[in-house]
Design a protein around this ligand. Structure first.
Ligand SMILES: Cc1ncc(COP(=O)(O)O)c(C=O)c1O
Length: 399
């Protein structure tokens, strides 16, 4: 009987769901939920620093006065007060965003999904870096694009590679992570950003600029966003997930008004609007200046964690391993000699109660076998040291 039901359901799935995968990685990462495992796997902020007091205060004083609007349906675009705050905040960085150009989304993951819905036809060529953010691949795979991958070095995506791919045929858009790339940790230099927007113009395409980490900079100067260099050919997105709390599920898109209109229509069908309650809470925290103070605190804490991870890698990892020095964000990308299989290593690490994400997860096709992504924000400095020591000892044994 049970078997028949299964067959009935499976034959009812839409054809496009055959493109949905992801269970391999989810299975792999189940281990990270065990409390005694030191996990460098997730992309999670440090929960001990969530702004709990600020959220509590916002609830206490907003509910008596704004309770009725906060708990009601709202406009698809999002609440005006928060869009105005974001517009002012982004304008400080030169981002030409009026409230009319902003759509509040359910995290930037929803922004990625909406972009897929609105722009991707089956077979469209989408230019991405290699490796790239896994969530974008998951969101877009459903629409059946062809991913064209370009390599990266310490200054971000390699322009010659981008140009070569553009020459081969039309590209629907280029997906770029300008700051502290997830997973690669690198930042695109200003020169390359300029070239990317020139290339977008030359090849008549556009850029999706995904910037969740830009504010988490621990050293060096802020670099001009792509949208500032060319506002007509860039859709920009960011999120409160890394600066306040991912549980808010609150992010935003900045796009030219006529483009945003179509994205808003797609969002209407998806969820009507982003939670009004959470928008008011986030707005209150922002308006009282608490976001800025909180980000400063996070930068201090995460910088220390990054430094401990870098020092521990120096101390415990074999000399054959290479890693980048991220100037911000949450991740370090480690590359090992070509014959090292990081998925097998992951299995070994499980027995030593330490976890990371094997590099293959960030590639749409083959690749990343000998690489790993390490997150440093979600683990205390003493555990970072211990976890890297365990990984380093395993690696030395293997090499
Ligand atoms: C590059 C990138 N884009 C988008 C997201 C999704 O973030 P959100 O929590 O806002 O949905 C993440 C989350 O880790 C990310 O790293």
């Amino acid at each position: 009987m049970e078997k028949n039901y299964r067959k009935m359901w499976e034959s009812s799935f839409a054809k496009r769901t055959e493109r949905l995968t992801g269970s391999v990685i989810r299975e792999l990462l189940k281990i990270t939920q065990c409390p005694d495992v030191i996990s460098f796997a997730g992309g999670m902020p440090a929960p001990e620093f969530f702004p709990k007091r600020e959220v509590e205060e916002a609830c206490r004083h907003l509910i008596p006065t704004k309770g009725e609007v906060m708990l009601q349906y709202g406009a698809t675009e999002g609440i005006t007060e928060l869009k105005e705050f974001l517009s002012r905040k982004m304008r400080k960085y030169g981002v030409p965003a009026d409230p009319e150009n902003i759509l509040l989304t359910c995290g930037s993951q929803q922004a990625l999904d909406l972009i897929g819905k609105v722009f991707i036809n089956e077979g469209d060529r989408i230019l991405i870096s290699e490796p790239t953010y896994l969530g974008a691949l998951q969101a877009w795979k459903l629409y059946g694009p062809e991913f064209i991958t370009c390599k990266m070095d310490d200054d971000g995506v390699i322009i010659e590679d981008v140009e070569k791919s553009l020459k081969k045929g039309p590209v629907k858009f280029m997906y770029m992570l300008p700051n502290f790339h997830n997973p690669a940790g690198v930042t695109i230099s200003l020169d390359r950003r300029k070239r990317l927007v020139e290339l977008a113009e030359e090849y008549n395409t556009f850029i999706v600029e995904d910037d969740p980490y830009g504010e988490l900079r621990y050293e060096g100067e802020h670099i001009t966003p792509l949208i500032v260099l060319e506002k007509e050919r860039v859709i920009y997105m960011s999120t409160f997930s890394k600066t306040l709390a991912p549980g808010f599920r609150l992010g935003w898109i900045v796009a030219p008004e006529f483009t945003l209109g179509k994205i808003i229509q797609a969002k209407q069908g998806a969820d009507l609007h982003t939670g009004t309650f959470v928008q008011y809470i986030a707005n209150d925290i922002c308006q009282r200046g608490a976001l800025k103070a909180h980000v400063e605190k996070l930068c201090y804490i995460y910088k220390e964690r990054r430094d401990v991870m870098l020092q521990s890698l120096e101390e415990y990892f074999p000399k054959e391993a290479k890693w980048i020095h991220p100037k911000g964000g949450l991740f370090l990308w480690v590359t090992l000699p070509e014959d090292v299989d990081c998925t097998a290593l992951f299995e070994m690490a499980k027995d030593n109660k330490v976890a990371f994400v094997p590099g293959f997860a960030f590639y749409p096709y083959e690749g990343g076998k000998n690489a790993m992504r390490l997150n440093f924000s979600n683990t205390t400095p003493d555990k970072i040291k211990e976890g890297i020591k365990r990984l380093g000892e395993m690696l030395k044994e293997k090499l």
